[in-house]
Ligand binder design. Structure first.
Ligand SMILES: [Zn+2]
Length: 199
């Protein structure tokens, strides 16, 4: 006995999400069928709109509805600092502290020799191009996570950018080793940005 095709397809769709196996997908599919129709419609629309109405900022790589993003377009921000993060969620975590007033650059990953991820696989070239074109940028603050890959990425950027006369700094180690920026509390993040150390 097989499920009717609409539910089989829904189960199949859920299994495409990370960490969702067939059992969970089946449970979610049946849950969806029990939801009120307007909730399902709104859920489906938010999936489509998240994909259709969002793009990556052509300057910093942030997720945005407009290009450039609101941060890159905000001339009141400190144009001399660029804080480099691995993922958009890290940018959000730092932005939510309300303390950092500079610009960002999102790498969309970190260097990971084990996973075969090199400099060409993350958003480094656009950072270099940006720094070459924009002479108001004086300091690059590398805010990758405090694990081996995050450190390797920070060291790589430091070696790459310092010869160009840029100040390159790293978030202070108030963030304990192995801790993730997007899970750190706000006070820790504020202190980490304030107490950054030069690389
Ligand atoms: Zn931007």
């Amino acid at each position: 006995m097989q499920y009717p095709e609409p539910i089989a397809k829904l189960i199949d769709s859920y299994t495409k999400l990370p960490g969702i196996g067939i059992k969970t997908a089946t449970r979610l599919a049946f849950y969806t069928i029990d939801m009120p129709e307007e909730e399902v419609t709104s859920f489906a629309q938010s999936l489509i709109s998240a994909k259709r109405d969002l793009q990556f900022c052509s300057i910093c790589g942030n997720l945005t509805e407009t290009d450039p993003c609101v941060i890159c377009s905000d001339k009141n921000r400190d144009q001399s600092q660029v804080l480099v993060v691995a993922e958009v969620k890290d940018l959000m975590a730092i932005e939510n502290t309300g303390e950092y007033r500079g610009l960002y650059h999102v790498l969309h990953g970190v260097l990971s020799p084990l996973e075969g991820k090199g400099p060409d696989d993350i958003n480094i070239e656009s950072l270099v191009n940006r720094l070459q074109k924009d002479e108001t940028i004086q300091e690059v603050i590398v805010a990758t996570n405090a694990n081996a890959e995050g450190e390797a990425t920070a060291m790589y950027l430091s070696r790459l950018l310092k010869p160009a006369g840029l100040k390159v700094s790293r978030l202070a180690t108030g963030l304990s080793v192995g801790s993730d920026i997007d899970y750190a509390d706000q006070i820790t993040l504020i202190k980490a940005v304030e107490g950054r150390t030069q690389l």
